[in-house]
Ligand binder design. Structure first.
Ligand SMILES: Cc1cc2nc3c(=O)[nH]c(=O)nc-3n(C[C@H](O)[C@H](O)[C@H](O)COP(=O)(O)O)c2cc1C
Ligand code: SF4
Length: 494
């Protein structure tokens, strides 16, 4: 993962743990309404992909264990990981693109309800993404993937290499291109071809020459609506439309979206697919089912959308009737680091990825609460436009003091924590019970994120080697790590 060059090492913020009485009175532990849905508390577990579904996208026992473990900490809400809305293979990521996924998803809702004793509400993040190929071997790229153009042919016909290329012999053209010194590939291939060679081919929402990409505005609303209907049928309390990071909807919102078919260019046009999708979802599930979205307060990439865009998006989403707005930042492909051959580019490896999941080695701004200022701006604009839509903020928040401060100054209505909750799924409960000193605190060094990057089952370095010999401990496929945090024994003694 990219690290800021300053490499300033930060200490964790003071916990400022309250006693039980102060915790009960604290803002963080007060209820909040998300349209039709009441949360008992303003604590929130943002979506985290743990790589535990089957290759067919089905819920497994490991998925159930993972969410049950978070539910035991009784947060106000848990958002289930990014779950695919299409019925296409996508590896061990959860899917909701067909009714056959319903039994597993139903079980997931039941398990969370049981484990939280009814205290936690469960939402599911629903996602669409475009195709991305793994970085190919150059041989494979030139022999199989490259679509030959006349410029390629001309370049090697002109070249004075050892390979003789005859006009019309495309196989020889491919071999000649492959035989060029690698530094010459940049002279022959265009920008997209070079990207496909070095990073793996990646579709964009602006690829209007591809019929399925051109049709996205017609196809996405129905896919999201059907997924939301299934979420409702499965027993979820709501859906979070994934409009953030590197995926299809965020790409429509991006300033890089210059589609010329009415769905790109100006801000209003970039908003059309996300708004039309929301309208279709709402029509499908009705007003009594919670629907919100996660989007980026800033893309953190050159020429990308920034806070002024996000503020306008927030107001537009609130105006349209979304029940909550959840903010993230960064996490883009545009600045991702070179993947190894055979791996796909990963949108959390560059500077924008750093902003999404910052670590303790940071810059002057530090890793804690990097999204809070942006959240304050967006929330203020939403309020000024006359909407009470709750705003969820996350990113480097791991103490009671931070959360209370954010709520007290009106920077957000709900404060989420992903990695801190992975480090200690009971932490909200511990703080609520006045036992904050027992919180196992996240180190923010991103061991978990590195596992995610390798598509390995995500665990936390603070607990994955503990008590491995206990009976019935579910283990990773490598047998060396446990899959869920050990129980908080003192809680079970109460
Ligand atoms: C292992 C892992 C998986 C993640 N998966 C998702 C995801 O599916 N959807 C999403 O919107 N964010 C995802 N995120 C980002 C988190 O939701 C969160 O925004 C980010 O980690 C910053 O919050 P934190 O500092 O509290 O961890 C993931 C983060 C981690 C560490
Ligand atoms: S692995 Fe590291 S960064 Fe991830 S949750 Fe655990 S302590 Fe935090």
């Amino acid at each position: 993962m990219w690290r800021p060059p300053q490499r300033i090492r930060y200490e964790l913020p003071a916990g400022d743990w309250p006693d039980a009485e102060s915790a009960r009175a604290a803002r963080w532990f007060q209820p909040v309404r998300l349209g039709p849905l009441m949360l008992e508390q303003r604590t929130w577990v943002p979506a985290m992909v743990p790589w535990r579904a089957t290759e067919d996208g089905e819920v497994t026992k490991d998925v159930l264990d993972w969410y049950a473990r978070f539910a035991a900490g009784r947060p106000g809400a848990i958002v289930v990981e990014a779950t695919g809305i299409r019925d296409v293979p996508s590896g061990p990521l959860l899917r909701i693109g067909h009714d056959r996924f319903l039994p597993g998803l139903r079980r997931l809702c039941e398990v969370v309800r049981e484990a939280s004793e009814g205290h936690t509400r469960l939402l599911v993040q629903i996602i669409d993404f475009l195709r991305i190929r793994r970085r190919p071997e150059p041989e494979r790229y030139f022999r199989r993937f490259l679509v030959l153009r006349d410029e390629h042919r001309a370049a090697v016909l002109r070249s004075e290499g050892e390979v003789e290329v005859e006009v019309g012999d495309d196989d020889a053209v491919r071999e000649a291109l492959l035989a060029l010194p690698p530094e010459d590939w940049a002279k022959v291939l265009d920008e997209r071809e070079l990207e496909a060679l070095h990073y793996g081919d990646r579709e964009r929402v602006t690829d209007l020459h591809l019929p399925h990409v051109r049709e996205l505005p017609r196809v996405l609303p129905g896919l999201f609506a059907a997924a939301a209907r299934r979420a409702r049928e499965a027993g979820f309390d709501g859906v979070e439309l994934h409009y953030a990071h590197a995926y299809t909807m965020a790409s429509f919102l991006s300033r890089h979206n210059d589609r010329d078919d009415g769905y790109g260019g100006s801000r209003a046009e970039r908003l059309r697919v996300p708004l039309e999708t929301f309208a279709r979802v709402r029509a499908e599930v009705g007003d009594d089912f919670c629907v919100g979205c996660r989007f980026l307060a800033d893309e953190i990439i050159e020429g990308g959308s920034a806070l002024d865009d996000a503020t306008a998006y927030g107001v537009a989403f609130a105006e349209a009737g979304m029940d909550f707005l959840s903010l993230s930042r960064g996490g883009k492909f545009e600045d991702a680091l070179l993947p190894k051959v055979g791996w796909a580019a990963y949108p959390y490896t560059g500077p924008s990825g750093y902003d999404c999941m910052p670590t303790v080695l940071s810059d002057e701004r530090g890793p804690f609460g990097r999204n809070v200022e942006a959240s304050a701006t967006i929330r203020a604009a939403v309020r000024e436009a006359g909407h009470e839509t709750p705003v969820v903020v996350a990113g480097g928040i791991c103490s009671f003091g931070q959360a209370e401060g954010i709520l007290a100054r009106g920077a957000a209505d709900i404060v989420g924590a992903a990695r801190q909750t992975l480090a200690d799924p009971d932490w909200f409960r511990k703080v609520h019970l006045g036992r904050g000193v027992e919180v196992r605190r996240c180190k923010y060094t991103n061991y978990c994120e590195a596992l995610d990057q390798k598509h390995k089952q995500v665990t936390c370095q603070l607990w994955d080697r503990l008590e491995l010999d206990e009976p019935d401990v579910p283990l990773c496929s490598d047998g060396r790590r446990r899959l869920v945090a050990p129980l908080w024994r003192r809680a079970s003694e109460e």
